[in-house]
Structures are given as structure tokens and as C-alpha cells.
Design a protein around this ligand. Structure first.
Ligand code: HEM
Length: 550
């Protein structure tokens, strides 16, 4: 091969292709095939006509040059995000974050990056993470910022769940249906099915008193049963049967884990769809959802559940919602509403077991408030329990289910956007890093990393867990840096329901049982074992429950 006559045209071809790639960032398999395979073949007709062998060899050379141009540009001072600090591995490719996602510790990794590089870090070639409370709202509550490419995975194969909709108007129309189905008045309706589920749980726990059980697992069963009842008026009977009777909990965990990796590099999605495993994973949700919708339809149009509102059975809208959209949203409700709540309740129990003084105080409060009541739960009463709410807030502060936060994208065709003093170029993906912000000593102090619920109480002096007293002036509590349900129009659609569920479950367990960690429970490793898979995935929490007189 004449090296001069071959290498130069290949290098120039790569340079031209890289320019096209940089400007248009084509993702489709056809465009990628043309750029990666067809373009280098032009050297066939190059005047010095290469031999077939040389042409074949020239293809990897072309790819090599292309890769070098891409990498050099991303780390060069010419890149629009060059002034933002970050590790070189993040600047070069999102494949690195996909690897971090596979490890399951994205929340801790990004927090460490913020500690090293400051309030803004370049976490991907085209992505910034912020650790500033004044930047939460501009990112999450801003109509100009749509959901970023992280959410592309939710809208494949005709699926269109509310949490994948990027267009603000379309999203607002869908959220209206959700708002009707999750309003405070509907919360009261759902309380009835929740109480049924709580009775079932208490019965089963009573049967297993003083034996070691994985409370984390029982909470998953209860939360999932409830979401089935609330969404489709169908119970999966997981609590009664003592196992995952429909086989959804593990598969959903696996899909969420895999999706969180894939969502870092969404260009890979079309290729995965060629694989039988990819298509199988994609069909699992609709299959289960389809079964539930069929069952639900047989109950008629008058049953008041979430489906009733998502389907607009009352006929309040001009056009009937598409059934595929309702199916997508129904699956979202089960997925978004089950494990999130079970995780918060399990985490809170974990913190109480780690802090027995807090547990004793909380149990005293709860048992006192319900001393004369035979009811499992009286929703209105819980508002009079400020220390209880403080414990929930503190648990959600330290371990919110959505640990990393929620990607948004600066309009690619706009002029860019100011976040605080930072000018962020068009097309950049941005995060307000929840796990870092909610543990930042500037916003929660003293003891930002410690479970200390008292910080949420309004009083003149505070006693720290160390026994030291501090005055109100020495306490920092930034409620505007606390956003476990996210904020704005795309924040949690099920917040009312979530609070109802987790309050009810905690009250029921703490009122009726003394809870203690089982021997060799692994309490110490619990927090470290939590995986960030967009939502937190927790492990087991082994406990023993001893019933107390009502
Ligand atoms: C403690 C429990 C929960 C927490 C901490 C929580 C938190 C969140 C957060 C942070 C988001 C925004 C995610 C994003 O922007 O990517 C969200 C969205 C959502 N949540 Fe929850 N959630 C909880 C329980 C629930 C429940 C019980 C339901 C169902 C009734 C639910 C339904 C939804 C839906 C449908 C969305 C998507 C909203 C949209 O995109 O418009 N969540 N949740």
C-alpha cells in the first residue's frame, strides 16, 4: 500500500464524516451504516485505485481516525463545554457513565465528583451535573427545558407513558388525567383499599411474629398489591400468598437496572431491538399490562380507580385517550408507585433500627396518638405527628428513591441557557444532583450525612445525637434544597398517594409491633448495598417483630 496516497484521503474522509457527525449527531442505524461502512468505500474509486485488500484495511483506519477526531474534540478547548471541569473519562464518552450505572453507584460517584470539582461537573461529553439549590428550579421547573435523551427508552415500540413525554403541551394534557386520578379526594377513596392491604399484611406478620423475616420483601408485596388495586382494581394477592404471585418484582428490577445503563447511551437502542432478548424485555410490560387491562374492562366503566381517570371514563375530554397510552401509563403507575414507596418505608425502618432512641420516641408518639382508636389508620390524624413527618422527611432527604436526579436538555435549537452564573450551550443535558444537594452542608447542617429528624422541627434549641445543644441560629435547614418528588409539572404525579402509603404502612407496623434487627442482619451494609438504577434498589432487611397490645 502506498502509505501517502492512502492514509491522507482516508484521514480527510474521516475528518469530513466527523464534521457531519458533530453537526447532526445521527443515531439511526441507516445513518450510522452509511457513515461507518459506505463512506470509506469511496476509496475504491480513488484515482490511485487501491487494491481490494487495501480498501478493506482502510476501513479500520478510517474508524480509527474518526474515533481520534471525536475524542480529541471532546477534550479540546474548542468543545462548548471545555470550561467545565470533570474527569477525562466522562468528557470522552458516556460509555463511562454506562459503566458506572452498571456498577449501581452513580449517586455516590457523582457526589464524589462534585466534592472534587465543585458545584458544576462535566459528567458526559455533552452533560453537566449541578450541585446548587438555586439551580434546581431553573432545571426542573422550566417549560423551555424538555426531558433529555435519557428518557428516549420509554418511548419505543409505540409506548407513550406520561413520564416519557417530552412535549410540554402533550404532557400537560396527560397530566390532567393523572391529576384527576390522584387528587386528594381520590386519596380518600384509595385509603379503603390500602386499609384492606394493611390488614392482610398485619395478619401475615402476626403469623410470623418473633421469627426472622425480610421486611423489605413484605413491603414490596404490600406496595405492589396496593398499586394493582389502585390502578386496575386488581389485587395480585402477593401478601396473602407470601410471594410474588405474578412474577413482576424481579423482572421489573432487572429491566430498570438494564434500562438505566442503556439510557446513558440511547443511540444503542435501535441495535438492541435487533436482539431477541431486547424484544422480549420490551414485550414483558405490555403483556402484563394487557392482561390487567382486559380484566379491568370486565369490571365495567363505573369502577373508580386510576384506570377510570386515565381512560377518561367520565368523558370529560373531547377525545378519548388512546388505549395504548392508558396501558403505558398503567404500567408506569405500578412500576413508579410500588417499589419507590416500599423503598422509603424500608429505608425509614432501617434508620430507626440504627437509631433506637429515635425509634422509641416515634413509637411513643404513634401509640399515644392512636391509643383510643381501634382503626388501623386514621389518615387525618397523622398530620398531628410532626416528629413522624420529620422522620419521613429525613429518610427521603438521605435516601430519596430517585437518587441521581432527572435529566433535562437545553433546547438544541435555542441560544443556550443561563443557570446561575453558568452559560450552558444549546443541546446540553443537565441535572441537579439530588443525592449531593440533599446532603450538602450548606443546606442541611449540622450533621448533613446523619439521620437526625429533629432538624425538621420548629423549635428554639436542638439536642444533637451527641448530646450537645445548639440554638436555632446554628441550624441550617433549606427546605428549597429538598425535592425527593422532584418539582414542577413533571414532578411526581403520585405524591399524595405515596405519602398516604408510606405513612399508613409505617404507622401500622410501628403501632402494632416492636421491631428489632435480626441477629447477623447485615444492618451495617444496608445503605452501601443500595443500587442507583434511576430508582434506588434496596437489598433485604432482616427483622423480628413482636406484637404489642393495641
Ligand atoms: C415515596 C414514593 C415516591 C417518590 C419519592 C417519587 C418520586 C418521583 C420523582 C422524583 C419523579 C420525577 C421523575 C423524573 O422526572 O424522571 C416521579 C415521577 C412520577 N411518579 Fe413518583 N414517586 C413516588 C411514588 C409514586 C407513586 C405512589 C405513584 C403512583 C401513584 C407515582 C407516580 C409517578 C408518575 C406517574 C411519575 C411521572 C410524572 C411525569 O413525568 O409527569 N410515584 N416520582
Amino acid at each position: 500500500m502506498d502509505s501517502h496516497s492512502t492514509v491522507l484521503p482516508i484521514c480527510l474522509t474521516s475528518l469530513a464524516s466527523w464534521q457531519v457527525y458533530k453537526k447532526f449527531e445521527p443515531n439511526s442505524p441507516t445513518a450510522s451504516f452509511i457513515i461507518l461502512m459506505v463512506v470509506p468505500l469511496w476509496t475504491f474509486v480513488y484515482p490511485n485505485s487501491l487494491s481490494i485488500l487495501n480498501t478493506i484495511l482502510s476501513i479500520p483506519l478510517y474508524w480509527g481516525f474518526l474515533l481520534i477526531f471525536i475524542v480529541l474534540y471532546r477534550v479540546s478547548p474548542f468543545h462548548p463545554l471545555s470550561k467545565y471541569p470533570g474527569p477525562i473519562s466522562c468528557k470522552v464518552s458516556k460509555v463511562w457513565l454506562a459503566y458506572i450505572a452498571a456498577r449501581g453507584d452513580m449517586h455516590r460517584y457523582v457526589k464524589t465528583l462534585h466534592e472534587r470539582y465543585g458545584d458544576v461537573v462535566r459528567v458526559g461529553p455533552n452533560e453537566l451535573s449541578f450541585r446548587r439549590k438555586d439551580i434546581i428550579e431553573p432545571i426542573l421547573s422550566n417549560k423551555e427545558l424538555h426531558k433529555g435523551p435519557y428518557y428516549d427508552l420509554r418511548q419505543i415500540a409505540g409506548r407513550n407513558p406520561v413520564d416519557g413525554i417530552k412535549d410540554y403541551r402533550e404532557h400537560a394534557a396527560r397530566r390532567l388525567l393523572w391529576s384527576r386520578g390522584t387528587s386528594v379526594s381520590m386519596t380518600k377513596v384509595y385509603t379503603q383499599s390500602l386499609v384492606v392491604g394493611i390488614h392482610e399484611l398485619l395478619d401475615e406478620l402476626l403469623k410470623r411474629q418473633d421469627t426472622t423475616i425480610d421486611i423489605s420483601e413484605w413491603l414490596s408485596f404490600t406496595a405492589t398489591d396496593f398499586m394493582g388495586r389502585m390502578t386496575f382494581s386488581t389485587s395480585f394477592d402477593m401478601v396473602k400468598m407470601g410471594h410474588d404471585s405474578v412474577g413482576i418484582i424481579k423482572p421489573v428490577e432487572e429491566i430498570t437496572y438494564q434500562s438505566n445503563i442503556i439510557a446513558q447511551i440511547p443511540w444503542i437502542i435501535p441495535y438492541l431491538m435487533w436482539l431477541p432478548q431486547g424484544r422480549k424485555a420490551l414485550n414483558q410490560g405490555p403483556r402484563l399490562g394487557g392482561d390487567m387491562v382486559r380484566k379491568r374492562r370486565s369490571l365495567g366503566a363505573d369502577t373508580r380507580d386510576l384506570y377510570y381517570y386515565l381512560m377518561d371514563e367520565a368523558g370529560l375530554e373531547d377525545a378519548k385517550p388512546r388505549e395504548t397510552d392508558v396501558l403505558s401509563d398503567g404500567i408506569t403507575a405500578i412500576v413508579a408507585g410500588s417499589d419507590t414507596t416500599a423503598t422509603v418505608v424500608t429505608n425509614t425502618l432501617y434508620y430507626l433500627l440504627k437509631h433506637p432512641d429515635v425509634k422509641t420516641r416515634l413509637q411513643r408518639d404513634i401509640r399515644g396518638a392512636f391509643a383510643n382508636s381501634q382503626e388501623v389508620f386514621d389518615y387525618t390524624k397523622s398530620v398531628d405527628l410532626p416528629f413522624f413527618d420529620a422522620c419521613i422527611n429525613e429518610s427521603l432527604r438521605l435516601l430519596p428513591p430517585g437518587l441521581t436526579g432527572f435529566q433535562r436538555q437545553v433546547d438544541p435549537s435555542g441560544p443556550g441557557k443561563m443557570f446561575g452564573e453558568y452559560l450552558v450551550p444549546p443541546g446540553t443535558n443537565v441535572y441537579a444532583h439530588l443525592y449531593s444537594i440533599q446532603r450538602d452542608p450548606r443546606y442541611f447542617s449540622p450533621l448533613p450525612e446523619t439521620f437526625w429528624p429533629d432538624r425538621w422541627l420548629d423549635q428554639d434549641t436542638y439536642t444533637l445525637p451527641t448530646g450537645e445543644n445548639i440554638s436555632k441560629d446554628n441550624l441550617v435547614l433549606s427546605r428549597d434544597a429538598y425535592y425527593p418528588f422532584s418539582i414542577g409539572q413533571q414532578g411526581c404525579a403520585g405524591r399524595n398517594i405515596a405519602l398516604l402509603k408510606l405513612r399508613t404502612l409505617l404507622i401500622a407496623i410501628l403501632r402494632h409491633f416492636d421491631i428489632r434487627a435480626a441477629e447477623g442482619d447485615g444492618l451495617d451494609g444496608y445503605e452501601e448495598a443500595i443500587k442507583d438504577t434511576y430508582v434506588a434498589q434496596r437489598g433485604s432487611l432482616y427483622v423480628q417483630l413482636h406484637p404489642v397490645a393495641a
